[in-house]
Design a binder for this molecule. Structure first.
Ligand code: BG6
Length: 514
């Protein structure tokens, strides 16, 4: 979709001195600004409870841009212009006076700009502040214009189904659903967005995108980073809540959804939510057969020592929180019946590698003597951004010898355009009032409903919690889970020749492919 310049905007970041604002939000606004996507009239207020000198605050933000912005260090000229739009606002989120002063500040801008600017309130705060902020914004009438005023809520969006429902109830009591933007930054990633284009703008793949031709699908988000510095949050959360319930399930939706009738927010969100609703719910006994959890112990990653999870700061010494999950899920609908979706994520793995693998079935007819490798499509989300298709080819020579080769599309080689950060795409969408890439209340609740049986089963015992050494690919049982399907986990970069299937892959249905 093309973007026109958004209308005048007041942007308020609750938690303006926090890590997210520093690393992600301000660098994203800055990049939007230098690429001419910000409104011609805008102001950003970073709210923090302690008093800070505005110049010092701006200097700190500049350091964040210089460290984390994808476009590198800001030039003096760019920063000078941008920083004139950025202000520090001292205020306690729980004090009425904060909102009275904020209201006056926003109104003064409206007056100066001679229009009622739109308002974006970003909740970059601990969950306990969501309620007081929402109540105060509502009682002070600060977000009262439905088509113009929006709130952005960061994860964690609840801690389980009941708390997510509570949170939705609270937010919809104070704002219209159309004003609430629940962010999952994975939906803003360029390669995740490209899934829609790839699937629905290329008719060649769509006829194959179903259980007749696909053996299984892998969605794997491997992280090299530990939980260091975030132990307090992570120990209450774990990989299932932190990654699977949101990011991996969102990717699963984009991979598995039906083509929406229109390229329009509600139609696309309807199509995504339907996928989650149709994920088969686990019975307790099935959880242990289909879900593997692990926790890292001390090890080495790329030769660098890494302490064990239980030795991390603010983590309980006897913690049973999982830092790794691999799960086999099924979607009960006509398209996907019988096709396992393998989801895997973990911290302290050997490398960062987020990939979607569409593993096709083997041809039912064996024309060649050699065991051929079934086709495989890899969509790499990060750090590489590429799509590759593996297929068999004849090795040049007088004999008929085959070898699998890959056809690659890489962003680097195909485009000169820079790939924006997920937050840039998402923040611009909020400024424009486009909710396509945000989660609706029903989707968040549906995703929680699907992970609840796993959380409940885990509550009853921790006997299934396995350990894995930092710097390895997680517990061996996670490999066995996918090997039962006849394959191994795929990660990038890896040698061209795929790992030999552990058992013969299932054949495609002859009636269809023959
Ligand atoms: C966050 C999780 O939502 O996503 C983190 O809380 C995780 O634990 C991060 O590291 C991964 O995001 P990205 O964009 O770095 O893949």
């Amino acid at each position: 979709m093309t973007h026109k310049k958004p209308e005048a905007s007041n942007i308020v970041i609750f938690g303006g001195n926090g890590d997210l604002a520093w690393r992600k939000l301000i660098p994203a606004f800055f990049n939007l600004y230098i690429n001419d996507f910000m409104p011609s009239k805008f102001a950003i207020y970073g709210i923090h409870h302690q008093a800070l000198d505005e110049d010092e605050y701006r200097k700190h933000l500049l350091e964040g841009i210089n460290t984390f912005s994808r476009s590198g260090k800001a030039t003096k000229e760019e920063w000078k212009k941008f920083s004139q739009h950025v202000f520090f606002f001292q205020g306690d989120f729980t004090q009425e006076d904060t909102y009275t002063r904020l209201g006056k500040t926003l109104e003064a801008n409206d007056k100066k700009w001679k229009e009622r600017a739109s308002r974006l309130f970003y909740y970059s705060v601990a969950p306990r502040f969501i309620e007081p902020i929402s109540i105060a914004l509502s009682s002070h009438g600060l977000a009262s214009v439905e088509g113009k005023d929006r709130i952005v809520v960061e994860k964690p969006f609840g801690n389980d189904l009941a708390s997510a429902k509570e949170l939705n109830k609270l937010l919809t009591k104070h704002f219209k659903e159309s004003q609430i933007y629940r962010i999952d930054h994975y939906l803003g990633k360029e390669t995740v967005q490209n899934m829609m284009a790839f699937r629905f703008a290329n008719y060649v793949f769509e006829p194959l995108w179903n259980n007749r031709f696909i053996d299984h699908i892998q969605i794997s988000v491997a992280e090299q980073v530990s939980v260091s510095g975030r132990g307090g949050y992570y120990d209450q959360s774990g990989a299932l809540r932190d990654m699977i319930q949101n990011h991996l399930m969102q990717i699963m939706c984009v991979v598995a959804m039906e083509c929406p009738g229109k390229y329009e927010a509600e139609a696309i969100r309807d199509a995504r939510v339907k996928v989650v609703q149709e994920i088969r719910s686990f019975k307790k006994k099935d959880v242990f057969k289909n879900v593997v959890r692990g926790q890292y112990t001390a090890g080495k990653i790329n030769g660098v020592s890494q302490k064990g999870y239980r030795q991390e700061e603010k983590v309980a010494k006897d913690s049973t929180t999982e830092t790794f999950v691999a799960a086999r899920l099924y979607i009960d609908n006509e398209r996907w019946q019988g096709v396992p979706f393998f989801l895997r994520t973990g911290k302290c793995l050997p490398k960062q590698s987020s990939v979607i693998v569409i593993q096709f079935r083997e041809s039912p007819h064996k024309l060649f003597q050699k065991e051929t490798v079934p086709n495989r499509l890899i969509i790499s989300i990060q750090p590489e951004q590429e799509i590759s298709l593996l297929f068999e080819s004849k090795i040049p020579g007088v004999e008929m010898k085959l070898k699998p080769v890959e056809m690659d599309f890489t962003y680097k080689e195909s485009y000169t355009e820079a790939v924006p950060e997920a937050y840039e795409a998402l923040l611009l969408d909020v400024l424009e009032g486009d909710a396509t890439l945000f989660m609706r209340a029903d989707q968040v609740e549906a995703a929680w409903a699907k992970v609840m049986p796993i959380l409940d089963a885990w509550k009853s015992t921790s006997d299934d919690l396995l350990s894995y050494k930092a710097g390895t690919w997680g517990p061996e049982k996670a490999n066995e889970l996918i090997q039962q399907q006849g394959f191994d986990w795929t990660f990038l970069p890896q040698p061209l020749q795929p790992a030999k299937p552990a058992r013969k892959p299932r054949k495609a249905k002859a009636a269809v492919a023959g």
